[in-house]
Design a protein around this ligand. Structure first.
Ligand code: ADP
Length: 267
């Protein structure tokens, strides 16, 4: 399918939270339809970087643009459009547990519709809405769960609901924050394969943050390693040197052995 993806760009972006510098003069370009993995230890700045692209985090300095439109220069309505174009899959999924699957997925289009229309669709989904949600659920392989309460599903199925909700939004980019954190290796591979396939089938740009370097190498043609708020390298997997590999491997595993505590020292 022809790429329908968004082009994402950071130019000399720094993000400061008070005295802490989460990102330090980062420049990065992701082409329309490209798939990249952001790798690096906990606290490196990966989530902050992803959130810049949907405007959830604003840069302290530097420029963020999507398809050449600088986010800081957009009106609130234009920014909402950019948000609607970028589907964000949160690490903690952000689903409403006591709603049915269909209702959670319908909330994905809130950014594209009036509040009234969206609310009606959540409370009383029409047949055409139900058909559209069913088709999205088919893409993630759990269409039979359409009317179940979300908290009746397994963790893996709930993750698919969150992916389906992002897809239902009809995004041009998928931004996924640690989709395989605390997931067994088999399920991790299935989720990454699904995200890759969905992005390719729909022509979407895909940015995934991962602290599993091996999985990133296996699934992504481009790896951007982030450390202490800076880009350590930005390469194809087979161009990564042993030294770079060992450095990132050591940091990510040190963070895991430290119960996921950030190794961040960049105050
Ligand atoms: P990663 O996704 O690689 O774990 P994050 O982008 O979440 O990294 O965090 C980068 C740094 O910024 C960490 O030190 C984190 O504690 C800090 N940080 C993230 N979000 C906030 C926030 N809202 N307020 C203050 N500090 C934050």
């Amino acid at each position: 399918m022809a790429a329908n993806g968004a082009r994402l760009l950071l130019r000399n972006v720094s993000v400061r939270y008070g005295a802490l510098t989460a990102l330090d003069s980062v420049s990065l370009e992701v082409q329309a339809g490209e798939a990249i993995a952001l790798v690096g230890p906990s606290g490196a700045g990966k989530t902050t970087l992803l959130k810049l692209f949907n405007g959830a985090v604003r840069p302290s300095t530097g420029e963020v643009s999507v398809d050449g439109r600088i986010l800081a220069a957009l009106s609130p309505a234009e920014l909402q459009q950019v948000r609607a174009d970028t589907g964000f899959i949160y690490q903690d999924l952000n689903l409403i547990p006591n709603l049915r699957v269909i209702q959670n997925i319908v909330t994905g289009r809130f950014g594209r519709r009036s509040l009234f229309g969206s609310a009606v669709d959540v409370l009383l989904p029409s047949r055409s809405t139900a058909r559209a949600v069913y088709r999205v659920l088919e893409q993630v392989g759990i269409e039979e769960k359409l009317y179940l309460r979300t908290d009746m599903l397994s963790g893996g199925q709930q993750q698919r609901v969150a992916i389906a909700r992002a897809l239902y939004q009809q995004p041009r980019a998928l931004l996924c924050d640690e989709p395989v954190a605390s997931v067994d290796p088999l399920r991790a591979r299935a989720v990454l394969a699904l995200l890759k396939k969905l992005s390719e089938d729909n022509g979407l740009t895909l940015c995934v943050s991962l602290h599993h370097l091996e999985l990133a190498k296996e699934f992504f043609p481009r790896l951007v390693a982030v450390r202490n708020g800076r880009i350590l390298f930005d390469k194809k997997p087979d161009a990564i040197t042993d030294q770079e590999y060992t450095e990132i491997y050591r940091l990510t595993h040190a963070a895991e052995n430290n119960n996921g505590e950030p190794e961040n020292t960049h105050q």
